[in-house]
Design a protein around this ligand. Sequence first.
Ligand code: NAD
Length: 457
Amino acid sequence: MTVLSVHNPATGERIADVTADDAASVAAKAARARAAQPAWAAQPLGARKACIERFRNALEADVEELAQTLTAEVGKPIRQARNEIDGLRGRIDFFLDAVERAVSPETVFADAAMTERIGHDPLGVVANISAWNYPYFVGGNVFVPALLTGNAVLYKPSEYATLTGLHIDRRLHAAGVPEAIFATVVGAGAVGAALLDQPVDGVFFTGSAATGKRVAAAVGPRLVRLQLELGGKDPTYVADDADPKAAAESLADGAMYNTGQSCCSVERIYVHERIHDEFVRHFVATVAGFRIGDPLADGSYIGPLTRRPQLDVLDAQVADALAKGATLAAGGKRIERAGNWFAPTVLTNVDHMMAVMRDESFGPIIGIQRVQSDDEALALMNDTRYGLTAGVYTRDEARAARLLRAVRAGSVYWNCCDRVSPRLPWSGHGDSGVGVTLSTYGIQTFTRPRAWHLRPA
Ligand code: NAD
């Protein structure tokens, strides 16, 4: 029996030991899911919706307990933890409302001799391998529509968000989802790999590009549905007609919310030279106002990093940037206290020779680069192997539209950032992944279309 220890990233303390799965227990859960799935799919949609609605209500009733656990194990400031749990309820409301629209059979042709209809069948048993940074969001984006559409789900929470995963597991079962239909497998990468060895009908992975590529290599030859929601190096351009203060305040939040650990965090900012200095001044002032501290305290805005090794990544990005001529406008180093703390960091005079402008930082650090024109900004925004989100701040809608059409990204933002809507598809280009979650596309992805050709005798 393997034990997974859970540590509080704000203090370094061990807060729990959890029994992990092994290859045999993963295989047993997969077999039970396979056996149980047809009966789950055969239930009327209304019965599955009722389970998910009860789960949603449990999230509402238990928000404080769930938020405390989330904060204790990932270090997310408590208000942001509550926001995430409330946010999942909003996403569930969308899924409950949209599922019929997305997967009801559709008659696309009918005459006296022939009816043609599109049906949507569940994939069967799907693997949901999840990240820790927004465990409610990235897990819920998969397991909620997967369950609603009649699939069984083998859910592997990140090893950094196991307690939250187990909270989700218990509440789904209490809400009426059978244990065989939603089965949680506990463990780190090796348990994820063991899950991929099972004969699942789809793999829905959220995590880093490096792991995503390993998952793709393992799953590819099996020819099953594969979705990869991966990282980003999300750029924003602030044009010369933008309000520098408003843009700086919005983008400082976009860069530092969740301590910079969002897949769609603003990771690179390009500012037109005419307003660059004023923008930087407001940006640094906004960051200076962010309260750093105990994530359980209500006013804290910046918490610890969840994963300790990321401190080394941030140290290296700062050192590399400074060695190549960047200017440190704020932060730049670890905060000396127990746990994984890094000061919010602003680097200016940066360029694309520097890792901070090329590699995902996933922490409270931002590079701000001066540009001379829209076209220079556009070329720099597209100079990346990622393509998750991108934004433009300008008063001119047509100018924004021209730039946002030309940028390679799954989601584009005009005068906003770091925003996800359940009504819109969430997808990436390049190393940001393949496939779609959210919107009606993100419901249909858990089904396969069946073409019905119906000729009356
Ligand atoms: P990670 O790649 O380290 O781990 C993700 C999951 O994969 C974990 O559950 C882990 O245990 C599992 N895993 C590790 N090795 C595996 C293997 N060989 N086979 C199967 N599973 C394996 O990522 P992370 O640190 O948990 O998450 C952070 C990353 O996720 C960032 O890059 C972030 O941008 C990205 N992310 C993307 C989105 C999105 O929607 N695009 C959302 C959230 C996070």
